[in-house]
Design a protein around this ligand. Structure first.
Ligand SMILES: [Zn+2]
Length: 183
C-alpha cells in the first residue's frame, strides 16, 4: 500500500494480531502472526550477531493513526505531515505487517541518523533475509511518497524481499506499481 493504494475499507483491521516475543520499547505492541514470527527471526538473528534491536512501533489501528496524523498536522502543517506520516487508512502500520525498529539504547530512535548506527546498518544488510524490506529508502521519495525511514520495515516474505532488493530496493518499482508521491 501507498498514498495511491489505501486499505479498503479505510478502517480495516487484521484479525490475527499477537505480541511478538522480541525486545520492545513498550509492552503490548502487536503484529499479524506471520509478521510476528518474522520479527522474532529478525531479532534473534540480530542478537546472534551481537546487535540489540528494539521494537519501537508495530500495529496501529485506524483511530490511533487518526490521532497520530492529526498531531503531526497540528505541529508542522499538512504538507510536512504528509511527508513523514500517513493519513488514517494509508499507514502500513494499520496492516499489522510493518514495524519500526531501533537500537536498544535508543540512539537515533525514529531519526535519520539511525541508518548510520551499527543497528541501522545491520538492518539494512540483513532485514530481507528474514522477509522484511526497508520500505522508504533514501532517494526514493518521489516514488514512495515518504522521506527516508531507515527504521520502518515492511514484511513481504523472504522471496519477495529478495526480489525487491534485487530490483533496487523500492517496492513500487520492483513490482511495477505507479509511483505514489502524493495522495
Ligand atoms: Zn513506521
Amino acid at each position: 500500500m501507498n498514498k495511491q493504494n489505501p486499505l479498503q475499507p479505510l478502517d480495516w483491521a487484521p484479525e490475527d494480531l499477537r505480541v511478538p516475543e522480541v525486545p520492545s520499547s513498550k509492552g503490548g505492541m502487536e503484529l499479524r502472526d506471520e509478521a510476528a514470527r518474522a520479527a522474532e527471526d529478525l531479532a534473534a538473528a540480530a542478537a546472534d550477531d551481537g546487535v540489540s534491536l528494539n521494537l519501537v512501533s508495530a500495529y496501529r489501528s485506524y483511530p490511533y493513526q487518526q490521532q497520530t496524523y492529526a498531531g503531526w498536522v497540528d505541529r508542522y502543517g499538512q504538507a510536512e505531515a504528509d511527508r513523514i506520516s500517513a493519513r488514517p487508512g494509508y499507514s502500513e502500520h494499520q496492516t499489522g505487517l510493518a514495524m519500526d525498529v531501533g537500537a536498544a539504547d535508543g540512539t537515533c530512535n525514529l531519526e535519520q541518523c539511525f541508518g548510520d548506527t551499527p543497528e541501522g546498518q545491520w538492518v539494512a544488510e540483513h532485514a530481507a533475509d528474514h522477509g522484511w524490506i526497508v520500505r522508504y529508502p533514501a532517494g526514493a521519495e518521489d516514488t514512495t511518497g515518504y522521506s527516508p525511514e531507515p527504521w520502518h520495515l515492511r514484511y513481504v516474505g523472504t522471496q519477495a524481499a529478495a526480489d525487491v532488493v534485487r530490483q533496487g530496493g523500492v517496492l513500487e518499482t520492483a513490482w511495477g506499481f505507479d509511483p505514489a508521491p502524493s495522495y
